[in-house]
Design a protein around this ligand. Structure first.
Ligand SMILES: [Zn+2]
Length: 290
């Protein structure tokens, strides 16, 4: 290998951005509901003291990664969405990067035997490209034309102020229903205010009978770093201080209640539990789903 090739490969290995992933759909039951984790893509963030541990530096982040047996060079995330099927509603939570980053969500939906026209409701956690990109199809038209698109009032205001999202916001505006978190919006589904990552970021609590699961959105990105050191800050969050406080409080609650969660950026299918470990937490995936 030439020196230049080696340099390019070294740079490539830690380049930030979306990574293509094969489509995948993993279904499970929650009470009377059928849920399906859907793969869209991956995302790589270099360990450079930016996205993660901006207050502690790459060496401290690297030590946490190494202790978990992961590469110290970069933090690798999955990018996934969640489907909920119930009588009268086919609900999609987040939409991945979409066609701009060659996201696999549309193909994963097909694997779950769902047509975009069947989706009645799209629930958005927040307006970042890896969650709203799939709201448009490759032609720039609404990808779920018959769906109501739900997001918090604060997030809708924030989204419309994002220059890069203006075309998307205009395309979906007729379908949008903005809500105040804390009240049920669909049978058994209640948005929960978890602000900090973005101004109007929410999670979604899904209940069926005695069973429940929370889609935590982006309160935690890395199943390693975000859980081991929830108080560490990073520029992956728009308000790092508020996001760290929200993450710390919600992880504490989830570990205490042993509530099942779906985490869009944890290793696919991203379903499992938060458990206390040391002065932080660890990820316990639901291995029955694999
Ligand atoms: Zn995200």
């Amino acid at each position: 290998m030439g020196r230049l090739t080696a340099v390019i490969l070294a740079l490539w290995s830690v380049a930030a951005g979306p990574v293509r992933a094969p489509p995948a759909a993993v279904s499970f039951h929650l009470g009377a509901l059928e849920l399906t984790a859907l793969r869209d893509s991956g995302y790589v963030s270099p360990n450079d003291g930016g996205d993660f541990g901006s207050d502690v530096g790459p060496q401290a982040v690297g030590e946490v990664l190494a202790a978990a047996g992961a590469s110290q060079d970069a933090i690798s995330l999955s990018v996934d969405a969640l489907l909920v099927r119930m009588p009268g509603h086919v609900v999609l939570l987040d939409t991945g990067f979409g066609p701009d980053a060659e996201g696999a969500l549309a193909a994963s939906l097909r694997m779950a035997d769902v047509s975009p026209l069947e989706v009645t409701d799209v629930l958005i956690t927040h307006s970042h490209p890896d969650h709203i990109g799939g709201l448009l199809d490759a032609d720039g038209k609404s990808a779920f034309p018959r769906a109501t698109i739900w997001l918090s009032q604060r997030e809708w205001t924030s989204m419309r102020s994002r220059g890069w999202a203006s075309k998307l916001a205009a395309a979906i505006a007729p379908q949008v229903k903005a809500f105040e978190p804390g009240r049920q919006i669909l049978p058994g589904i209640t948005p929960v205010a978890l602000y900090g990552h973005t101004p109007g970021h929410v999670g979604y609590e899904i209940v069926s009978g005695a069973a429940n699961i929370e889609d935590i959105g982006d309160i935690a990105h890395s199943s390693i770093v975000s859980l081991a050191k929830p108080a560490w800050r990073g520029w992956i969050d728009e308000d790092p201080k508020a996001a760290a406080a929200t993450r710390s409080a919600e992880l504490k609650r989830l570990a205490a209640t042993h509530e099942l969660i779906f985490a869009p950026h944890f290793p696919f299918p991203g379903v499992g539990w938060i458990v206390a470990r040391g002065d932080g937490y660890a990820w316990k995936p639901d291995t029955d789903l694999r």
